[in-house]
Design a protein around this ligand. Structure first.
Ligand code: CUA
Length: 342
């Protein structure tokens, strides 16, 4: 997009922030649409150039035609205003040349706009055969990714300069997987597989958003995409996407899992969202749906993660999905994190 367009259309400037380096400890960076705030964030996939060019052309074509129509309209309104009660309307009825021109030119322009849009759309629809296939599951209100080697993550890790294909489905309602920097967006639908693909062009950390209203936690259905150089990606991939040179303490690991999976339903400040708050949760006595009492300890936390409906706290709806895919060390991390919530 040209700088002039960016300036001209600076309607919803997003707070610009420096791109965090993807190398530093993952998941500590805030969720932001990084860089180039004005209109679209800086593109970082192979689709970005064609997409941004089409976008920019649409905007300029709209501006030009707006002026062509509106400026003469205002001018004629004054010029041909009836001056007196007795003034007669001009007998001119039509002009074939003008009518052909103002029909043909916009039609050709529309064909052109369709063509540049359709070309990009066709590219985005068809993934190359060699693309790495990642399974994505959307559910209220988080995303999970399963890689060909069986690793499951809550952030998305992808290699730079290699095509990645997402095969997506939803466990509950319609979500929409959107990575603004990659210029790709696709609905994630229950009972159906949808796919999309992209190829990242630079090392970056960027944001995934849910672009389809899916319930209370919709606006928090965010996660990150880490784009790594191929060599670094392979190292992380072999190590379950933990930084091989920088193992994280359990409570930090737990905090990341909390932010990715639990935060949309469990607050840390005592406020009630969908589920009980985690403020002071450790050691708390909870009354369960069947009237019995339980103390929140490691066993209760683990059973609530794996089988949430088993020991439901009284007064809360049975809406929590099972997170049985979490690894032992992730659950230990969550337990360590919960112990810190005074
Ligand atoms: Cu998921 Cu909105």
């Amino acid at each position: 997009m040209s700088g002039l367009t960016a300036t001209l259309l600076n309607i919803s400037a997003q707070a610009a922030s420096a791109a965090p380096s993807a190398g530093a400890a993952p998941a500590e960076q805030p969720y932001t649409i990084a860089e180039e705030g004005a209109w679209l964030p800086k593109g970082s996939s192979t689709f970005a150039e064609a997409y941004d060019s089409a976008w920019s052309q649409y905007i300029w074509i709209s501006i030009v035609f707006f002026l062509i129509v509106i400026v003469p309209m205002v001018y004629f309104a004054f010029k041909y205003k009836r001056k007196s009660e007795t003034e007669k309307t001009s007998p001119v009825d039509h002009n074939l040349t003008i009518e052909i021109v103002w029909t043909l030119v916009p039609t050709l322009v529309l064909f052109y706009m369709f063509w540049i849009g359709f070309k990009s759309y066709a590219d985005i629809q068809v993934a190359p055969n060699e693309a790495m296939e990642i399974r994505l599951t959307g559910q209220m209100y988080n995303w999970t990714f399963e890689y060909p080697n069986g690793v499951v993550t809550t952030d998305l890790y992808v290699p730079k300069d290699r095509p990645v294909k997402l095969v997506m489905s939803s466990k509950d309602v319609i979500h929409s997987f959107w990575v603004p920097e990659f210029r790709v967006k696709q609905d994630v639908v229950p009972g159906l597989y949808t796919t999309m693909w992209f190829q990242a062009t630079r090392e970056t950390t960027t944001t995934v958003e849910c672009a389809e209203y899916c319930g209370d936690g919709h606006s928090k259905m965010l996660t990150r995409v880490y784009v790594f150089e191929e060599k670094k990606f392979d190292e992380y991939y072999a190590n379950d996407f933990d930084d091989p040179s920088n193992p994280v303490p359990p409570a930090v690991r737990g905090k990341r899992k909390y932010e990715a999976l639990c935060a949309s339903c469990h607050s840390l400040d005592g406020s009630r969202i969908q589920g009980p708050t985690f403020q002071g949760v450790w050691g708390r006595k909870e009354v369960l749906a069947d009237g019995s009492e339980v103390t929140v300890d490691a066993n209760y936390v683990k059973s609530s993660i794996v089988n949430p409906q088993g020991q439901l706290v009284q007064g809360y709806p049975p809406t929590m999905p099972s997170f049985s895919y979490l690894k032992e060390k992730d659950i230990d991390g969550i337990i360590a994190f919960l112990k810190e919530q005074k």
